[in-house]
Design a protein around this ligand. Sequence first.
Ligand SMILES: Nc1ncnc2c1ncn2[C@@H]1O[C@H](COP(=O)(O)OP(=O)(O)OP(=O)(O)O)[C@@H](O)[C@H]1O
Length: 666
Amino acid sequence: MKQSGQPPSGADWVRPRVAEAWARCIDEHHLPPGLDLAPRNNPATASPKDFELWRRGWCGAFAATLSAMVYDFRSYLDESSVTLLLSDTAGRLIYILDAGLDVRPGGVRMVRIGADWSEAEIGNTGIGTAGLLKAPAAFNGKEHFARAFHPYATAGCPILAPDGGLKALVGIVTDRRDAASLILGFLKLACQLLEEKLFDYFFSSGQLLRLRNGDVAENSSGRAGLVEGRIAVSEDGIVKGANQSALELVGGLTREQILGRSLSSLIQVEIAALTESKGEVHVLSETGRPLRVESRRLGPETARSSYLSPRKPGSRPLTNEKATAPRSAEWRDSILDTALQKAVNLQVQKIPLLITGESGVGKDYLVRRLHACGSRSDRPLVAINCAAIPRELIESELFGYEGGSFTGARSKGRNGKFVDADKGIIFLDEIGDMPLDLQATLLRVLESSEVVPIGGNRPLSVDVQVVAATNCSLQQMVQKGSFRRDLYYRLNGVQLWLPPLRERPDRLQLIAQLLRQEHQSLGLTAEKKPSDEVWRLFFKHPWPGNIREVRNVLRSLIAVTRGHVIEVADLPRDFLEEMSLVSKPLAASRFETEDALRHEVADDDPHRIEPGGLADWEARAVRTALTTSEGNVAKAARALGITRATLYHKMARYGLRSDKRIISKI
Ligand SMILES: Nc1ncnc2c1ncn2[C@@H]1O[C@H](COP(=O)(O)OP(=O)(O)OP(=O)(O)O)[C@@H](O)[C@H]1O
């Protein structure tokens, strides 16, 4: 093909789509046509900074929601050698349901988070080519440009927003290398289901129309689409978005042909007639096809914000997220569930796990759930807070000691935590606080799976899964030389980042769930319910102490509130100060505070938090000092010119990492 400029013919004939892809690989992507292709953009050697930037952009609530949906397909894939991939729009993997397929072009493992499957990088594959063409694509064994994919078939499909924008890619790899068209069929259906589920997230106002085929004969013959048609329409009847099924139902039109048109020109019914009717309305499409249409107003409960577009940390959400009391008691914490599921899967392969996120987001909680649900549940979970053990004791705590090996040692000696955790999980919390020299010893243990107790010379074998957690940036510490690079890579088999509460679009549902849990734990049957104003403040609050702070606030509210409704006046003063509503904490009266709040609540923008205010300034100063000192309290106190005790007091007040304890459960 390279010599003649023509795709192969005769016995070597390839499908035109394949020939086009190969031509692109050579002419546009300038890939070497020698088949032994190694990706240039390799996650194993990528700069940690770039990887972290990319990960933060993608591994937030959007990826968690989508991953949770993809995860629901696992039951269809059980027992099959099919790996399901989810990637960002550029083809970098953000989630994997792994069937153990080991694709390694040029020796680089491609079934891993961050691997770049774009066509420009690795030649044509289902997911990479689907991303490029923004259309489904699939290839059998030798149709792939890179030899490493020849034992496999791959398929990929774009996940589109209702306005047609590309949002993510989903792909399949299987070792049945002639199964491309079969897996593509499954994938198309899976994508339609995903798009339908995601539809509500994009719209916060107007009407949502659900369309079904009105032709009774077609329905009874089973030719009605499996996926319901959906169209979003503005209050004045202009079409804003549609899913694939709706496009087919209204006569095989494209999105370009329907977006911005009036609904009445599309399905011969006025929006007013639909909104007034209680049930289904029978209408005709432009092409005369009978349709049944039902309309529902879009509002806060259906609009869970358009966090489907990757957002920069701290940027404002794109749609108008409204704060009202969450209704559903059925809500599931998809961020926790997704992280937990990943962790459970990784546990089977004994891959080290690094959990990152701000203080109080639930890193410790996640590890406890992993222990309870994972394959090592009948063995110990041994947790060590590396920041809380005195420096000189860490080694003996971790590795144990032989009898009489140092002054004060027990005569019989003692097992270290690694031996205690044998066959179970060792949880190294606050790993960023581990002294540098001990990091070398820890690395040796992790690499050899053997520990040598202090004063001993006989290595003991241990089989532990290592889970580490930190709220510091280990990458920055590596760059500054305060954390060993080799240990960082050893611990960072897979990194799970838990988002801060203020960035979670589902924070009100989470708070509602925590409130129910608090009532249950206190044995209270009559629940105290926050007023709408309180919900709005919960939504606006920055929650610097994350879930830990929520629990403290809720506990205090349940104790303080006299009636059944939690009012603004019941909120703890610290909470109000954190919202910068009390500019002079000592002078402002409760009434002034409430007035300020009412004023604030009337403001429609739920994300505006007034800058200024002493408490706000102080909380920020404490946070900054802790971040700059990478969580080292003594250093932060020195920088602030206060004592450590005062700093601990302030940290507790602002919900910043308040408990420094050694947790050990065997
Ligand atoms: N998803 C959750 N559901 C219910 N409670 C939670 C959840 N996540 C965290 N919590 C609670 O919030 C509090 C703080 O959680 P946790 O200690 O796990 O945070 P962390 O990220 O480990 O904080 P730190 O970095 O300060 O150690 C705990 O009381 C925990 O039980």
